[in-house]
Write a protein that binds this ligand. Structure first.
Ligand code: AMP
Ligand code: TRP
Length: 350
């Protein structure tokens, strides 16, 4: 029996939501609302896996949870038709993560490149939570038995791990799953990543070989969703390029990461292909292309920034949205958790 299609994705409330988050993830969240039931989560439990100075401490965390929520809504996510909530309000995320800790293997986690990047050289000093991060992510998705997960390119390996965990759980408990009437011995679906659009990996404006990231020390490396028009213009005008004119064919972008990135951003924001953008700007200088890119960025992002500002000015309203979303998420999570307990053999109140 096929699983009912459901979309789940998460964004960490760690500050500086940027154009990469928007084009790699949030734009796709918005589109999927037309075709699927969607659950969008502000993953605050994931945020605290990093050292406190990275996520900023309690006041900053609360502010960032509300800001990501505001960004979702300002970008066009409808929290009434779909579910928007923050992860820590639904305790079952941590509970299912524990069960998955006992399914996932050390060898699998040891291969995770994001842990290696984030832990850096001083691995002994990384939190256990940072190591376990992908297991909690699998729990996020599978708690709702979600089948599709829109993410940026950097989350591909974590999604593969989620599939491995789902599959091993289904195998390890196959007999019990059948006994409890589950889906031909399949309890958890193998979630599919949706990594789509021309900007699944937006790069830094200062270095086309580095990912645009919330934590880059230079604010000129990224366009934040809260940047005003002047800041956006300055950042794009200062963005690194090379001395050649833009190529006329897509192939000409291959050895030119900065050009490729800016053309990719233009394509994503305008809903056109890279080839189409090059038909218009190929052969021309960067300066005129950058002017057009500034105009496009400002036109697309300014209304979102304005709406975010309006929304965060009323924290009570945002908190009410998160509480309502969490209540609806919990109802689904509770069902999955009860069935999981039956399958594993835990005794519980029905
Ligand atoms: P995070 O900020 O790490 O919670 O990421 C939230 C979402 O944005 C995830 O789906 C990421 O894959 C996506 N994302 C983050 N940075 C980028 C980037 N530079 N380009 C494209 N997608 C990104
Ligand atoms: N790890 C994701 C990121 O950094 C955030 C995340 C947490 C997530 N749980 C998730 C994404 C579940 C998709 C599904 O971008």
């Amino acid at each position: 029996m096929a699983f009912v299609e459901r979309v789940f994705s998460g964004v960490q409330p760690t500050g500086n939501l940027h154009l990469g988050n928007y084009l790699g993830a949030i734009v796709n969240f918005v589109k999927l609302q037309d075709t699927h039931n969607c659950i969008y989560c502000v993953v605050d439990l994931h945020a605290i896996t990093q050292p406190v100075d990275v996520w900023g401490g309690p006041a900053e965390l609360a502010r960032n949870i509300r800001e990501v929520t505001a960004a979702f809504i300002a970008a066009g996510i409808d929290p009434k038709k779909h579910i928007v909530f923050n992860q820590s309000q639904v305790a079952e995320h941590a509970e299912l993560a524990w069960v998955f800790n006992c399914v996932a293997r050390m060898g699998w986690l040891n291969r995770m490149t994001q842990f290696k990047e984030k832990a850096g050289k001083d691995r002994e000093n990384a939190s256990v939570g940072l190591y376990d991060y992908p297991v909690l992510m699998a729990a996020d998705i599978l708690l709702y038995r979600a089948t599709h997960v829109p993410v940026g390119e950097d989350q591909k390996q974590h999604l593969e791990l989620s599939r491995d965990i789902a599959q091993k759980f289904n195998n390890d408990f196959g007999d019990s799953i059948r006994k409890h009437g589950g889906n031909d011995g399949l309890f958890f679906p193998l979630p599919e990543p949706l990594i789509t659009g021309p900007a699944t990996r937006v790069m830094s404006l200062r270095d086309g070989t580095k990912k645009m990231s919330k934590s880059d020390a230079s604010d000129y490396s990224r366009i934040n969703l809260t940047d005003d028009a002047d800041t956006i213009a300055q950042k794009i005008r200062k963005a690194k390029t090379d001395p050649e004119p833009l190529p006329t064919e897509e192939k000409g972008l291959e050895p030119r990461p900065e050009a490729d990135n800016l053309v990719g951003i233009f394509a994503a924001l305008s809903g056109r292909s890279r080839a189409d953008v090059l038909r218009e700007f190929g052969g021309g200088q960067f300066s005129s292309f950058k002017n057009a890119l500034v105009e496009l960025c400002v036109a697309k992002l300014s209304p979102i920034a304005g709406e975010m500002k309006r929304l965060v000015a009323d924290p009570g309203h945002i908190d009410a949205i998160l509480i309502d979303g969490a209540d609806r998420a919990r109802a689904i999570a509770d069902e999955t958790m009860k069935l999981t307990k039956d399958i594993v053999g835990f005794i519980h109140r029905r």
